[in-house]
Design a protein around this ligand. Structure first.
Ligand SMILES: [Zn+2]
Ligand SMILES: [Zn+2]
Ligand SMILES: [Zn+2]
Length: 284
C-alpha cells in the first residue's frame, strides 16, 4: 500500500491564515514541511480518506493525481474534512470526462448532514435522492461501526470516533495485500470498545495515523494532545496491536500548541512517534 498525506493540519490549517502567533510565524519563515493543509490521505491512487477542501491544492502541489479515485471513506462532515462542491463538480454540467464512479462511504449521521448541506448550499436536490447518483456519478454506501466491509482490494472497519457525538464520526482501519493501516482523526482518547474491537478483529497495524491537534504542553479535550498520542502508541505496542516495524504518525496538527515541523519532529522522535507532513509518501 502507498499512503500519501495530502494534508496534515487541523481545521484552520498551519499557518492559520490570519494568525501571527509564534508557531505560525515560524512556519511561514521555514516553509516546506511546516506548511500544512487540512488533513486527508490518499491510499494507492484510488482510495481517498476525506473529501476535504484542500485535496485539489494537494494534488497540484504534490503532483499526485486524483483522477483514479473511485472510493472515499468519509470520517465525518465537519467542513475541514468535507467539501461537497467536489461532488457537484462530477456532474455532466461541469464537463468531467473519464471520471470513474465514486463510491462514497460514511455513517448515516454524516450522510444526513452532508445531504442537508448539499441541498441547501449547492444543488437544490438531495444527495440521497435516486437522481443524485446519476447526476454526480456517485454511489453512496451507509456504513456501520464495527461491521467490516470490502471493496476492490480493500477490507475496511469503521470504529466510532470520540468526537462530534451526533455526527457519526468514524476512524478507519484499511487492510490490503496483508498490510494494515489505522487512520484516526478526528478523535479524543479512543473508546474502550475500540480497544476491545482491535483485539476482537485481531488487528495488527503496519501504520497508525493519529490526531495530534494539541501540542506538547496542552491537555487533550475533544481531540488528542501530544501526550495522549504518546500514551496511545505505547498502549498499542504493549497490547501487540502493532507489527514489529510498525510506524506511528501524527496528523491534524493545530497551530496553537504545536511548534513548526522540525521542532515537533524533535519532540516526537524522543517520544516514540513520527510527524507526518504534506506530501509525505509511505510505502508499506
Ligand atoms: Zn478536523
Ligand atoms: Zn498561529
Ligand atoms: Zn471534526
Amino acid at each position: 500500500m502507498i499512503v500519501t498525506f495530502l494534508g496534515t493540519a487541523a481545521a484552520n490549517a498551519f499557518p492559520e491564515a490570519f494568525c501571527k502567533c509564534k508557531n505560525c510565524e515560524q512556519a511561514r519563515m521555514l516553509g516546506g514541511f511546516s506548511l500544512r493543509k487540512r488533513s486527508a490521505v490518499l491510499v494507492n491512487d484510488d482510495l481517498l480518506i476525506d473529501l476535504n477542501p484542500d485535496i485539489m491544492a494537494a494534488s497540484q502541489i504534490h503532483g499526485c493525481s486524483l483522477t483514479n479515485v473511485c472510493y472515499c471513506l468519509q470520517t465525518h462532515p465537519h467542513a475541514d474534512h468535507l467539501d461537497l462542491s467536489h461532488l457537484l463538480s462530477r456532474s455532466p454540467d461541469y464537463g468531467t470526462i473519464g471520471t470513474p464512479i465514486l463510491n462514497f462511504y460514511a455513517s448515516a449521521e454524516t450522510l444526513q448532514r452532508a445531504s442537508e448541506t448539499f441541498e441547501r448550499d449547492l444543488a437544490g436536490y438531495s444527495l440521497l435522492s435516486p437522481d443524485a447518483k446519476a447526476w454526480l456519478n456517485l454511489k453512496i454506501h451507509e456504513i456501520e461501526p464495527l461491521q467490516p466491509f470490502s471493496f476492490g482490494n480493500y477490507r475496511v472497519i469503521a470504529f466510532p470516533a470520540n468526537h462530534a457525538p451526533k455526527m457519526g464520526a468514524m476512524l478507519y482501519s484499511v487492510e490490503s495485500d496483508g498490510c494494515s493501516i489505522f487512520y484516526a482523526t478526528d478523535t479524543a482518547t479512543l473508546f474502550e470498545e475500540t480497544w476491545q474491537a482491535f483485539h476482537q478483529f485481531q488487528m495488527k497495524f503496519d501504520l497508525v495515523i493519529l490526531d495530534h491537534t494539541y501540542g506538547p504542553s496542552q491537555p487533550g479535550s475533544d481531540h488528542l494532545s501530544a501526550h495522549q498520542v504518546i500514551e496511545h502508541v505505547k498502549r498499542m505496542r504493549n497490547e501487540e496491536l502493532l507489527k514489529p516495524n510498525a510506524r506511528a504518525f501524527a496528523t491534524h496538527i493545530a497551530h496553537e500548541g504545536n511548534p513548526a515541523h522540525p521542532e515537533l519532529v524533535e519532540f516526537a522522535s524522543q517520544n516514540g512517534y513520527e510527524v507526518a507532513y504534506d506530501g509525505l509518501v509511505l510505502e508499506i
